[in-house]
Design a protein around this ligand. Structure first.
Ligand code: KG4
Ligand code: ZN
Length: 337
């Protein structure tokens, strides 16, 4: 019999619910974005995020069931993001999951947000192991090695800013709206030239990343130009910045894929929506004959389908949450196998 998981995601600024069949098929997928409300503050305001989640959560779950044409009695479990994320935002989703599970006698399944981003790929292309995932989002930049479902080995991570965070901060310097990633991506593609910025490689054998130096280089460049009374060319700055990020992410992912001899490389997280990064990774892995996949844009940024995709395997592993579940803002990505 098929298994239907209702998944809930509220870790940041999207209120989302989805129903996933057997871990791989999207039956319905609803995302209510709050981006418009946070734009004028230039970033996510936690209190506003929580308030929006409270207002939207029930409606989003109802719409999700309606579009799936399923009743709660036909569901197998409720999966919910346990962390990491904003604690107040996480709690709204967790409490909704608890209430729904209690009312309908369903088990709760706790899901790690980053496991979700990685499993978004399984909705498009079956994951094959061993696998390497490049996770690039607003809060994370990580290289994760997986031997099998539920096994996660962190082989590299950012030592300071996440890639998405650097994108958003550089976008502010260029007076672009929040979230800045897509705007920088667009400008970079319109650019005729690139301002040269450094590449930060760290130690030769390290799979770690660092983006704060690059961010400072962009800020300093803008300051110097301002002081000289010269206008910057935003597209050239965007391209210079993006070229640096993409080159480092691509090179380190390739080196790790070859060292770990993986069967598949995947990209995940909001920054995996970046056209420059997608093109660079696709070309690089095609040349090396290593299968590379990245989910469609709407499954790269935050959504609940990915939580349902991972939640299916967490459920199969027998892991359950309970009525004492809490939001865990700094939750580590531990293996469940
Ligand atoms: O995964 P996500 O939706 O939320 C987190 O879990 O953080 O990622 C959001 C991040 C933001 O920093 C946003 O600027 C970035 O993803 N982003 C992009 C693009 N689309 C979204 N960054 C670069 N290029 C894009 N096209
Ligand atoms: Zn995310």
């Amino acid at each position: 019999m098929s298994k239907y998981i209702l998944a809930i995601e509220t870790s940041c600024d999207e209120t989302a619910a989805s129903i996933i069949k057997d871990g791989t098929e999207i039956v319905s997928n609803i995302v209510s974005s709050q981006i418009e409300s946070h734009k004028r503050f230039g970033g996510v305001v936690p209190e506003i995020a929580s308030r929006h989640h409270v207002e939207q959560m029930t409606l989003v779950i109802e719409e999700c069931l309606k579009q799936a044409n399923l009743t709660p009695a036909e569901l197998t479990a409720v999966a919910v993001t346990e962390g990491p994320g904003l604690v107040g935002a996480l709690l709204i989703g967790i409490n909704a999951a608890k209430a729904f599970a209690f009312a309908h006698g369903l088990p709760i399944v706790p899901v790690h947000h980053i496991a979700g981003h990685i499993y978004a790929n399984n909705l498009v292309q079956p994951m094959e192991f061993p696998l390497l995932a490049l996770v690039v989002s607003g809060g994370h930049t990580e290289l994760v090695y997986m031997k099998e479902h539920g096994h996660f080995e962190l082989i590299g991570e950012t030592r300071d800013d996440a890639a998405g965070e650097a994108y958003d901060k550089v976008a502010r310097v260029l007076n672009l709206p929040y979230p800045g990633g897509p705007h920088i991506d667009r400008l970079a593609h319109e650019a005729e030239e690139a301002v040269p910025f450094p590449r930060v490689w760290l130690e030769a054998d390290s799979y770690d990343f660092s983006f704060s130096g690059l961010k400072s280089a962009v800020i300093n460049y803008k300051h110097n130009m301002d002081q000289r009374g010269e206008e910057i060319v935003p597209a050239a700055v965007a391209k210079g910045f993006q070229d640096s990020v993409v080159e480092v992410l691509t090179a380190k992912t390739l080196r790790a894929a070859e060292e770990y001899k993986v069967k598949q490389v995947i990209a995940a997280g909001g920054v995996a929506a970046n056209k420059g990064l997608r093109t660079s990774l696709e070309a690089t892995f095609k040349e090396r004959n290593i299968p590379f996949y990245v989910p469609p844009l709407k499954l790269c940024t935050d959504n609940a389908a990915m939580i349902g995709a991972a939640g299916h395997y967490v459920y199969e592993a027998g892991i359950r949450g309970d009525m004492k579940m809490n939001g865990k803002p700094g939750l580590e990505l531990d293996s469940w196998k």
